[in-house]
Design a binder for this molecule. Structure first.
Ligand SMILES: [Fe+2]
Length: 485
């Protein structure tokens, strides 16, 4: 079925269908300049005066025309942010000035090819560019930009997004730090992992303390190279994921990146004391699946509960990825909110799917991370062939209920962030903020929703299109200082 027929069936106007484009164009396409604009117009509602901080999103934004085929994961990191203080808002965007980007800027063109091309072992600067384009976490006074394939993070100044350089955790780094590192806001610990597709150890795990220093690091023995993406934490444990989405070693040896899903291998959930040695991991098993993102985890007596977006078979639609696919079409991204209950006494695992509507990029009140968070705010996948989100589902994980707020026809969004109202006692007393992109006009807003009912508190007009991107974060103003907007 052609995209056009599909869009007509779904009632999405052809205008938007054309603008969706591929992952390198249309709503996903890059922007080419860096801007800093104050006094953003509020086109609906009012900015709550208590809202103080920065909402930022990392995204792939290729600076130069790609060498060969482009994959959405390839683009140079660009951070888009809105700073809010005293009812005013300021927009700023900047590239993450990676070493690779600096070399390409000096050359005036792309030096690296992307992940759809053969591995370029002759590239004098390494076979692949660390674009730091995936995730953001504020830790140790730095806004860290992380990369999905795992490597050294980059430190940005939280007030203006300028890149300070490779972040080595004050000289304590032992290895890289892949997306997604998890911050325990109650202790300041940052739990992270890194992984290798080439050689053992295929995973490493570490903890950086509140001062931004790595005080624990250990190798995790996996049976082979995996494409890994996330972990989860509780106060006492870290949950590592060993999922059977595999880098094919034979293909790697032939200079090709090739990912395969092996349903005969169980999903393994590695439960490790927060500062435990790799030999202490206790692997509990369930049916094969893939997980890009966890929602949360918590301890409940002798149980460890994990909530995540579960994909039963990421290769269900196509067994053999086309070698020339410009998209992620070979991955079947139909994730459903799922809860596992791991019995720490018996080692058994019970799994329950909590919804039959696909959602991804979930957000919670990060102060509840690792504890029993009641609410999750999960973007609902639009019924299009690309990775677009059409609204938020607010899940009440305690009662098993949900409400939905659509962004509106032709409006697309992605990961949001929950911001607590100062002094609030109820977990959902606050706001959910996110960028939206209007497929009709190619313009973007910052949407501020009341978290209780997802009604609109404010819609702030942005001076430029913010492309559909990856991960977002909210940095409280108290961590940035006044005078940010
Ligand atoms: Fe991610």
């Amino acid at each position: 079925m052609s995209n056009g027929i599909l869009h007509r069936m779904l009632g999405v106007p052809e205008l938007i269908a054309a603008k969706i484009g591929s992952y390198g164009s249309g709503l996903f396409g890059p922007v080419d300049d860096e801007r800093n604009v104050t006094d953003l117009p509020v086109i609906e509602g009012e900015i709550p005066t208590e809202l103080f901080g920065m909402f930022a999103r990392n995204s792939p934004n290729p600076r130069f025309a790609p060498r060969g085929r482009y994959h959405w994961f390839d683009g140079d990191g660009m951070v888009h942010a809105v700073y809010i203080e005293g009812g005013k808002a300021r927009y700023q965007n900047r590239f993450v000035q990676t070493r690779g980007l600096a070399l390409e800027q000096a050359a005036g063109h792309a030096l690296w090819s992307g992940i759809l091309e053969p591995i370029d072992i002759k590239n004098p600067h390494g076979p692949i560019k660390n674009t730091a384009n995936t995730d953001l976490v504020f830790h140790g006074g730095k806004l860290l930009a992380l990369w999905w394939l795992g490597a050294e993070p980059y430190a940005l100044n939280g007030r203006d997004l300028s890149t300070e350089g490779v972040w080595d955790f004050h000289g304590t780094a032992k290895a890289g730090c892949a997306s997604h590192a998890k911050l325990d806001t109650q202790t300041g610990d940052l739990m992270f992992f890194d992984y290798s597709a080439i050689r053992p150890p295929y995973m490493t795990y570490g903890v950086a303390n509140k001062d931004g220093r790595v005080d624990h690091h250990t190798a995790i023995d996996l049976p082979g190279p995996r494409l890994l993406h996330d972990l989860a934490i509780t106060p006492n444990y870290t949950v590592l994921l060993d999922l059977p989405l595999l880098w094919r070693n034979d293909k790697l040896q032939a200079g090709k990146r090739y990912v395969a899903f092996d349903k005969s291998i169980p999903a393994r959930f590695g439960i490790l004391p927060r500062r435990g040695h790799g030999s202490q991991v206790r692997w509990l098993e369930d049916d094969a699946c893939y997980i890009f993102h966890t929602v949360n985890a918590y301890e409940n007596g002798n149980e460890l509960v994990l909530e995540a977006c579960r994909i039963a078979d990421p290769m269900a639609k196509l067994r053999e990825p086309p070698s020339d696919s410009p998209r992620l079409d070979f991955m079947d991204l139909t994730p459903y909110l799922t809860r596992w209950r791991f019995d720490l006494t018996t080692g058994s695992a019970k799994r329950e799917q909590l919804d039959d509507v696909p959602t991804e990029f979930p957000a919670i009140d990060v102060r509840r991370r690792g504890r029993n968070a009641r609410y999750a705010y999960s973007p609902r996948l639009a019924r299009t062939p690309t990775l677009l989100f059409e609204g938020f589902i607010k899940y009440d994980l305690l009662r098993g209920t949900s409400i939905y707020k659509g962004f509106g026809e032709g409006q697309f969004g992605c990961e949001g962030a929950f911001v607590p109202r100062p002094g609030a006692t109820d977990e959902d007393d606050g706001w959910v903020v996110t960028f939206t992109l209007d497929g009709f006009t190619d313009t973007s807003n910052l949407l501020v929703l009341n978290a209780r009912d997802l009604s609109t508190a404010a819609r702030i007009s942005l001076p430029r299109r913010v492309p559909i991107g990856f991960h977002s974060t909210w940095v409280p103003g108290e961590l940035l200082g006044t005078g940010i907007a």
